[in-house]
Design a protein around this ligand. Structure first.
Ligand SMILES: [Zn+2]
Length: 333
């Protein structure tokens, strides 16, 4: 099933894996609407056979549904546009190439500005996969694994020229991030992991280099990497911290002062689950056993990191400065 041509990350191919296993075949418009509801295609309320159109203002494709299927119509432009998102259409139709790029950017921005939307998308994919029966589900996990291995192996054999010559080239860093996240999630061998794995492949193949923003912002399970603490996430603050850590001051303006670690979000060191949301979680405990995977996570300052880089370098956040920020915050009340 997988040949050399398909070892390239393409949205159309990622979709065909689902089609093959489920037995459902879809038009390009229908697939975009099915996997990313409301994000790329907006359904018109009429049920007339009106050609689909690209709405430049909102950067979405508007289409009418006829007998439950979206109607592309005779407008070659929308066909060219979806073809570009799919990775099938080539040629020199500059306007449609540009519009595809605009859709990618707008969609990435939407997904980066609202973690909830991304989590909902993952749940949506999980819901779609839950329609598969046990045999199909197992088969789907197999084809995903096969695809991931072919993607990685195929990429390793591509020359820099071949990578750049793709219609929408992807940087190695982005490609590797997407495929790694998919692999990591698939290796959990459960429904949520399979859904997350498939979503990474769908998003990576569709958004191309724009997916780099998602890779940087989210961990493989689409949770934001570490809690955002007030005042520290803007670029200037981060630069300040980077270049003069001794002068950097934490500030805190949250309202959850009843907690031992106000403003800190905890994630399981093993499975990445958001511990704050687990039932019964209390940050006054010295250790919290993850209710999803059972891993005992230490809850103390030595496990609080300001950034992924600090986590990697094993440099926890400054306990004194954090305590000082909380003291100032408490005084304000
Ligand atoms: Zn866990």
């Amino acid at each position: 099933m997988i040949n050399a041509e398909n070892s390239v990350l393409r949205f159309g191919y990622a979709v065909s894996l689902y089609e093959e296993v489920s037995g459902v075949t879809m038009s390009q418009l229908d697939a975009l609407a099915l996997f990313f509801p409301g994000l790329i295609v907006r359904e018109r309320t009429d049920s007339e056979k009106t050609d689909a159109e690209f709405n430049e203002h909102d950067c979405v494709i508007e289409a009418s549904a006829v007998n439950g299927k979206l109607y592309t119509g005779n407008d070659g432009k929308v066909r060219q546009l979806t073809g570009r998102l799919y990775g099938t259409a080539k040629g020199n139709r500059e306007k449609e190439r540009k519009n595809a790029e605009l859709i990618r950017r707008r969609m990435t921005r939407d997904l980066c500005s609202d973690e909830q939307r991304t989590v909902q998308l993952k749940e949506h994919i999980q819901m779609l996969l839950s329609r598969l029966n046990d045999v199909q589900r197992e088969r789907f996990e197999d084809v995903l694994l096969e695809y991931i291995v072919f993607l990685a192996a195929g990429r390793a054999e591509m020359s820099a020229y071949e990578k750049d010559a793709e219609a929408f080239p992807m940087d190695d860093e982005v490609f590797d991030g997407v495929v790694w996240n998919a692999a990591y999630q698939l290796a959990r061998w459960n429904e949520e992991g399979t859904a997350a794995a498939y979503l990474w492949l769908l998003l990576g193949s569709l958004l191309r280099n724009e997916a780099g923003r998602l890779v940087r912002l989210y961990d493989s399970s689409f949770l934001q990497v570490y809690g955002q603490r007030g005042g520290e996430t803007d670029l200037l603050s981060r630069l300040e911290y980077l270049f003069s850590p001794q002068e950097f001051e934490y500030t805190y303006d949250g309202d959850d002062l009843g907690r031992r670690f106000p403003g800190i979000e905890w994630f399981c060191d093993r499975c990445g689950d958001h511990l704050n949301e687990q039932e019964g979680f209390d940050d006054h405990l010295p250790v919290w056993k993850c209710t999803r995977c059972g891993y005992p996570n230490k809850l103390d300052y030595s496990a609080v990191f300001d950034s992924r880089e600090q986590l990697r370098d094993g440099e926890p956040a400054d306990k004194q400065k954090m305590a000082e920020a909380l003291r100032k915050r408490r005084q304000k009340d």
